[in-house]
Design a protein around this ligand. Structure first.
Ligand code: ADP
Ligand code: MG
Length: 311
């Protein structure tokens, strides 16, 4: 199938909500940034066999690609503006796969107001390669950064961590649990914490999304902020009866980990209520650089690795 047909049939409908996409019929899209705002730009790329299983439903591959990018916007406190798709497909790749992929991507883009406004397509690669660039906006100077954590700030994480890691274990046949289907759903369709990220502007001192693992991403905040973070293992919110160390070192959760001064505790509690999302205080910013995970006695636990190691 010709590239322009593929675009017209499966991607142009997703762009219909955005006049500046020009129906994906022009050379590029037109976008404007609201006055007093700045652009936030992120890109995530995934490859079959590396970041998702060939047998994963195409709709969930599209949904996840959109969600992980929108999660980066959430971590910056941004409001989504648009996204751009880079699509590399083997020749003779089934059009039904593309249709399902586009539907899954489009559903998530529609839910979070991040319309597809362009992209590029190449044919004839060995395995599918998918890349999305997401653009968001944030009031000038108010983006949540990793580098703002201050001594004695509290450290929080949203929701629960570890479910995506448990899903991988279950998919690989290493464990069986009645909650398996929920975990696999969580792995395939992560929920970007967009409303939380935006509400944390002016509240959190630093923020990151949990893509590599809670401990690894908390450590990224500690490094960027030139401080230390102590996490209490017993406070790490993970599914009942599962190992909190595994939960803190598995990736793909797409929760937000953030720091905030103790003066914000009440605000954060209220925010948790209004969002219907748990925000758990898991630790503290300290002077001693690096990340420590503490056991019940307050002693640092030796960890072989903090999170997912990038290949
Ligand atoms: P060019 O010839 O400049 O590479 P294309 O013919 O690749 O332009 O693209 C034409 C239009 O289709 C552009 O607006 C581009 O953004 C859009 N487009 C191409 N591929 C995709 C895709 N996979 N998803 C969304 N839009 C796409
Ligand atoms: Mg092109």
């Amino acid at each position: 199938m010709a590239e322009f047909e593929l675009i017209a049939r499966h991607f142009a409908p997703l762009a219909a909500v955005a006049p500046g996409a020009l129906g994906l019929k022009d050379d590029a899209a037109l976008l404007s940034v609201p006055p007093g705002h700045e652009l936030v730009v992120t890109k995530d790329m995934i490859a079959q066999g590396v970041h998702y299983y060939p047998e994963d439903p195409a709709a969930t591959v599209g949904a996840k690609l959109a969600a992980v990018n929108i999660s980066d916007l959430a971590a910056m406190g941004a409001q989504p503006l648009a996204c751009f798709l880079g699509l590399g497909l083997p020749s003779d790749w089934p059009e039904t796969w593309v249709a399902d992929f586009a539907r899954g991507l489009g559903d998530v883009c529609a839910r979070y107001g991040c319309p597809l406004m362009g992209g590029d397509t190449i044919n004839g690669v060995a395995e599918p390669i998918l890349s999305l660039t997401a653009l968001g906006v944030v009031p000038l100077g108010q983006a949540l950064r990793r580098g703002g954590a201050q001594l004695r700030d509290d450290v929080y994480v949203s929701g629960q961590v570890g479910e995506a890691g448990l899903a991988l274990q279950a998919l690989e046949g290493f464990l069986d649990d009645p909650r398996k289907a929920d975990w696999v759903e969580r792995y395939r369709r992560p929920v970007p914490r967009l409303a939380l990220g935006q509400a944390l502007r002016g509240v959190a001192s630093a923020c990151a999304d949990v893509s590599d693992g809670l401990f690894a991403d908390a450590r990224n905040i500690a490094l960027a902020s030139q401080v230390g973070i102590d996490i209490e293992l017993k406070a790490v919110p993970c599914p009942n009866g599962t190992d909190p160390i595994a939960a803190g070192t598995a990736g793909d959760d797409y929760e937000l980990v953030f720091s905030a001064p103790p003066s914000q505790r009440e605000t954060i509690f209220t925010l948790s209520q209004s969002l219907g999302l748990s925000l758990t205080r898991i630790g503290l910013v300290t002077a001693e650089p690096g990340l420590r995970v503490l056991d019940r006695g307050g002693k640092p636990i030796k960890l072989a690795q903090l999170g997912y190691i990038h290949r």
